[in-house]
Design a protein around this ligand. Structure first.
Ligand code: B12
Ligand code: SF4
Ligand code: SF4
Length: 382
C-alpha cells in the first residue's frame, strides 16, 4: 500500500495554484444526524439527489473502495480587498448597478426603448469568471496523474461538486477553515470566497494530522440578519428560500412572496458573504492571498432585458465556459422577468421595459409559467 507525505501533496497543490490544501481521513460524518434532519425537513427543495445519495455523503469511504485519505483543496475566486492595493477590482457602485437609460429618460408610450434601456441583474461572484468545475477538475486530474505515476495501483477519485461528498465538512476536517453560520467554509485570513474540491485516494498520507480551525463566528449574526429571504438559521440554510437555489437550481415558478426579495440577483446570491466580517477590507499590507486568474470577472451583470430576448443559441454563446450554463434558458428568462419586475417597482422605468415583457407574453414558444410571470410583471406596471 502506498504512503505519501502530506508535505509532498501540499507542494504539488501549491504548484497547481490552489490557495489551500489539506488532508483528512475518510471516517464517517460527525454531522450525519444534522444532514438527515435537513433532508427530513425538506430543506433540499427539488434537489432530490441530495436525499438519494445521503448514505454515501455521510460515509465518504463508500465512494471509492479501499479509500484511506482525502486531499481537499480550495480555489480563491475573490481575494479580500486591501486598503490602498492597486488594481483591486471595485464592485460597481449601488447607483451604477441599478437601471440606467443609456439615453435620456423615455416617456410613456415611446416604443423605441429596445436598445436604449438596460436593467442589470447581478451575478454571484463565483460565476463571473470561468467555470470552476472545469478549472479545478483539470488541475485535480493532474494531481491524480502525478501521484498515480509514483504509486502504481493506487486508486483516485477527484470531485468538485461532482460526487456525493460533503465538501465543507471534509474541508473542515482537513483544516481549511471553519463552517460559518451561513454554512459556508471560511478561512480565517482568506475569507469565504473560495471553491472546494478534492481527491479521494487509497493512498495513506503520513503526517496528516490537520489542526481543525475553531469557530470564529462568536455572537455575530450578520449573515442571518442580512439574508433577504430569511433562509438562514444558525448553521443551516433552507434551500427553498435561498436565492442561489431559486435562481440556479429551481426549475419551476418561484413563489410570489419571494420574488421581490430576490431584488436584482439574476444568478446566485452573495449577500451572506458580503456582510460577513471575515470578508471585510483588510488593512494595508495584509496577506489576503491571490484569487486564481481563471475567476477574473468577465462580467458582473447580465442585461435582463437582453436575456428576455435570448434564443437558446444566444444563451450558449453568451455563457460559454462559465458556471452559468447550469441555468436553462427558461430559468434565466424567469429570473430576468423577476429582476425587471423589481427594477420597475424601484425605478419606475415602466414604458421602457414594457415592450420587452410584452414580447414574452406574445411569444408562442414561451411556457405558460413564463407567460403568467410576465403578465404579473405587466400588472405591477400599471
Ligand atoms: C446543495 C448545495 C447548495 C444548495 C444548498 C446550500 C446549503 N447550505 O446546503 C444551494 C443551491 C442553496 C447552494 C447555494 C450556494 N452554494 Co452551494 N453547494 C451545494 C452542494 C452541492 C451540497 C451541499 C450540501 O450537501 N448541503 C446539505 C447540507 C445539510 O449540508 P451542509 O450544510 O454541508 O451540512 C452540514 C451542516 O449542516 C453542518 N452542521 C449542522 N449543524 C451544525 C452545527 C455546527 C455548530 C456546525 C459547525 C456545523 C453544523 O454539518 C452538516 C454536515 O457537514 C455543495 C458541494 C458539496 N458536494 O458539498 C455546494 C457548495 C456548498 N456551494 C458552494 C457555493 C459557493 C454556494 C453559493 C455561495 C453560490 C452563490 N454565490 O450563489 C451559495 C451559498 C448559499 C449558502 N449560504 O449556503 C460551495 C461553498 C464553498 C465554501 N466556501 O464553503 C460548495 C462547497 C461547492 C464547491 N465545490 O465549492 N449550494
Ligand atoms: S445566498 Fe443569499 S439567499 Fe442564500 S442564504 Fe445567502 S444571503 Fe440568503
Ligand atoms: S456573518 Fe457572522 S455569523 Fe455569519 S458566517 Fe460571518 S462571522 Fe459567522
Amino acid at each position: 500500500m502506498g504512503v505519501v507525505a502530506a508535505s509532498v501533496i501540499a507542494g504539488r497543490c501549491e504548484r497547481l495554484g490552489f490557495a489551500l490544501c489539506g488532508v483528512c481521513g475518510v471516517g464517517e460524518s460527525a454531522r450525519a444526524a444534522e444532514y438527515d434532519a435537513w433532508i427530513a425537513a425538506g430543506k433540499h427543495g427539488s434537489m432530490e439527489y441530495l436525499a438519494r445519495n445521503a448514505e454515501v455523503r455521510k460515509r465518504p469511504e463508500l465512494l471509492l473502495p479501499g479509500a484511506k485519505s482525502v486531499i481537499v483543496v480550495g480555489d480563491l475566486y475573490r481575494a479580500r480587498e486591501v486598503v490602498g492595493r492597486a488594481g483591486v477590482a471595485s464592485a460597481a457602485t449601488e447607483e451604477e448597478r441599478r437601471t440606467y437609460p443609456a439615453a435620456p429618460s423615455l416617456g410613456e408610450g415611446e416604443s423605441d426603448a429596445r436598445d436604449e434601456v438596460r436593467v442589470l441583474g447581478r451575478i454571484a461572484r463565483y460565476a463571473q469568471g470561468r467555470d470552476y468545475h472545469k478549472v479545478m477538475k483539470k488541475r485535480l486530474h493532474e494531481l491524480c496523474d502525478a501521484l498515480a505515476a509514483e504509486h502504481p495501483g493506487a486508486g483516485f477519485r477527484a470531485f468538485v461538486d461532482t460526487a456525493p461528498v460533503m465538501e465543507r465538512e471534509l474541508a473542515l476536517k482537513a483544516g481549511l477553515g471553519w463552517i460559518g453560520k451561513h454554512t459556508l467554509l471560511i478561512h480565517p485570513r482568506l475569507g469565504s470566497y473560495m471553491l472546494l474540491g478534492g481527491v479521494m485516494t487509497t493512498l495513506e498520507i503520513s503526517d496528516a494530522v490537520a489542526k481543525v480551525e475553531p469557530d470564529h463566528c462568536g455572537t455575530c449574526t450578520r449573515c442571518i440578519d442580512a439574508c433577504p429571504t430569511q433562509a438562514i438559521t444558525a448553521y443551516s440554510v433552507d434551500a427553498r428560500r435561498c436565492i442561489s437555489y431559486l435562481t440556479i437550481e429551481r426549475r419551476g415558478a418561484i413563489d410570489e412572496s419571494l420574488q421581490a426579495k430576490i431584488g436584482e440577483w439574476i444568478f446566485g446570491c452573495d449577500v451572506c458573504q458580503e456582510v460577513c466580517p471575515h470578508n471585510s477590507v483588510r488593512p494595508a499590507g495584509s496577506d489576503v492571498g491571490v484569487a486564481h486568474e481563471a475567476y477574473a470577472a468577465a462580467r458582473e451583470m447580465l442585461d435582463a432585458i437582453a436575456v428576455l430576448r435570448w434564443t437558446e443559441e444566444d444563451r450558449r454563446r453568451e455563457l460559454a465556459g462559465t458556471a452559468m450554463t447550469r441555468a436553462k434558458l427558461e430559468m434565466l428568462k424567469r429570473n430576468a422577468l423577476i429582476v425587471v419586475g423589481n427594477a420597475v417597482v424601484d425605478a419606475g422605468l415602466k414604458a421602457a421595459v414594457r415592450a420587452a415583457v410584452e414580447e414574452v407574453v406574445g411569444d408562442s414558444g414561451a411556457s405558460a409559467e413564463l407567460v403568467a410571470l410576465a403578465r404579473g410583471v405587466l400588472a405591477r406596471m400599471t
